[in-house]
Design a binder for this molecule. Sequence first.
Ligand code: B12
Length: 389
Amino acid sequence: MHQLTNSGKIRRQALALGFDLVGLAPARRAEHADALIPWLEQGCHAGMGWLARDPETRAEPARLLAGARSIVCVGLAYGAELPPAKYWDDPLRGRVARFAWGPDYHDLLAPRLEELARYIGRDLGRPLAWKAGVDSAPLLERDHAARAGLGFIGKSAMLIAPRFGPLLLLGELLLDVELDDYDQPQPQACCAENRCAAACPTGALFAPYRLDARRCLSWLTIENKGDIPADVRTRLGHWIFGCDECQTSCPWPVLQPQASFALEAEHGGRGFQPSENNPNPTAGLEAPPTREQAVAALHAVFRFQPEISAPRLDELLALDERAFRERFTGTPLLRTKRRGLLRNAAVALGNSGLAAARPALERAATDADELVRTHAAWALQRLGKGPAD
Ligand code: B12
């Protein structure tokens, strides 16, 4: 017999931990699980073989946690700040997707989900089986978040929360208990136009709810370890780590001051310092943080910071292995490794069309790493054809 547990307490505790949204649903097969197989068969998962490994487990949460009865879905809003044009629009600086302006988001969400699980276990008074998911667990996260009422899935494939728009990170907790009350899904409220698909620089959103990762700048600049295909290099503009175009083109509220973001200012959030790799932004407070403090601390880590959010491309191309690690340890940018980030920086500089980009590219064209060299050579050739400053 699976006991019931109090949904209201779970919701309150999740919000107290600093999550912006929480929703509860029965643990069921993902509603759009059938979309997964054709997506994989068309090769839309690009080089991410792990996505194709066990699609049935990805579709069915009970295969991830035996006896799963409920799923707690949480959302963390991020990066809603409008970046200063002086940096963001400078073609000699790269653009980093907003989710990467702070520390690795897994380090922010996972410990909070674990804390929530311990809280639920204590409240239940018997051993609780649970499994947390943030990105890496084989779960169709957006599907469950939509069933749990966090928002709706848009044509960009993003889970869009009416209050925060698509700039929302997700996490889940599978539980082996039933809850006394579940949330209802929200109505589909995607805009009538295909603004996200029109904004995608590479046409990766080839049909509503379908994204071809092989063309998505997020895959091409982060996960892709090899060449950036020649035909998309010019489309990259100056994105060097991920891309936000399908999100920032969304008419749902992005890049606007929102109620809970205003709290940040009140509590003097000071932004994320990479040297701190600070997965617990409320540590050090004498009393347990209030909900407002917890929310403000989490939002503050996603503040725009020129050195991380829009770094100078010539500086990136001058980084050796050690300098690269020193600069990016504790940030998601480490994921591309030096060679991946310099590859992207070279392409972006080539796209700048400015003669000022030349010296850094000429140096990079002699780099020890072939990937960097070949992309720098392409960029120099492109500069040769483009307008000079
Ligand atoms: C692999 C992956 C990627 C790949 C592939 C993306 C993709 N669309 O599949 C790449 C590297 C390209 C990528 C990019 C990004 N990602 Co990503 N990614 C994932 C990951 C690990 C798996 C996604 C997956 O299972 N794909 C398989 C496809 C089939 O599933 P799906 O994309 O969820 O598609 C669903 C909908 O299309 C829906 N659907 C299908 N048909 C229909 C029809 C109707 C009518 C409806 C309503 C729905 C619907 O059902 C599908 C299955 O649930 C998830 C975490 C996770 N475990 O879920 C994060 C995740 C999806 N990514 C996330 C983020 C933030 C991003 C980026 C914004 C990062 C960036 N700024 O660069 C971009 C956004 C690109 C985009 N528009 O999807 C967040 C999204 C949060 C949100 N609010 O939706 C997630 C949930 C991570 C997290 N824990 O927060 N990502």
